[in-house]
Ligand binder design. Structure first.
Ligand SMILES: [Zn+2]
Length: 241
């Protein structure tokens, strides 16, 4: 039986989300569907029941900072409806860096709440390592996944010291920097994500039936067998923290 896990997937970004929801359950692929706003989380859980395989994470994507205000009330109303928080984080690249302090306030609040309620977080960190690190350190949450991490070795080590896990996708494995970073992550801190539809497999937008390919690519890259078992046990350990 398959025990593939995708720890970061955007179901609501696929026009045929209804069919995908059904297929993921049929394939028995454990999938964490992140959301970019608390209101979207609300719509998702109203449309689709949570199953053994498919869960929704309550999120606020920092890239929304200019267009959509963080709805604190909706976040608090929904936090007890899930064990997962994501996509959340900080993005200090391009136009998003104009709203640094606003982003930090929102992220600190989300970290405090997640820690208080012991929720697992899937975090976006783009050129904001120092601030993400201090928010995580201050809130002292141990259930952390850094998703599509693209920082440097110094910060990788700092995040490892905090006990963070790292979810790897196919686009990361296609870049030299990504490959280098992956080779420096301990085996027991590795997880797999698709970040579908924002990553690519063979030059095409990721689809859930290609999840096994990310596992195969990682096996080849780090020259380890049974990566499916390793990832499964890593995720299980993370859930029990
Ligand atoms: Zn994402």
């Amino acid at each position: 039986m398959s025990s593939l896990i995708d720890t970061h997937f955007h179901l609501d970004f696929y026009p045929n989300h209804n069919i995908i929801y059904q297929n993921i359950n049929k394939l028995r692929q454990y999938t964490l569907c992140v959301t970019n706003q608390p209101e979207i989380f609300e719509s998702c859980i109203a449309l689709y029941p949570t199953t053994q395989y498919l869960k929704f994470a309550l999120g606020y994507n920092p890239k929304n900072i200019k267009d959509v205000k963080f709805n604190k009330k909706s976040f608090l109303n929904n936090i007890m409806k899930t064990e997962y928080i994501g996509e959340v984080g900080l993005d200090f690249v391009g136009k998003y860096k104009d709203n640094k302090s606003e982003q930090i306030d929102v992220f600190n609040f989300i970290c405090e709440q997640s820690s208080k309620h012991c929720k697992l977080m899937s975090i976006h960190c783009n050129k904001a390592e120092k601030e993400v690190y201090s928010a995580l350190k201050n809130s002292n949450n141990k259930k952390i996944i850094l998703h599509w991490y693209n920082g440097n070795q110094f910060w990788l080590e700092k995040f490892l010291q905090l006990g963070c896990y790292f979810s790897i996708n196919s686009s990361m494995m296609n870049s030299i920097k990504g490959k280098q970073l992956i080779s420096n992550i301990p085996l027991d801190k590795l997880l797999i994500e698709s970040d579908g539809p924002f990553s690519k497999i063979d030059g095409k937008v990721f689809t859930h039936d290609k999840l096994y390919r990310i596992y195969e690519d990682l096996e080849r890259l780090i020259e380890k067998e049974n990566i499916e078992k390793i990832i499964y046990s890593n995720f299980k350990k993370l859930l029990l923290i």
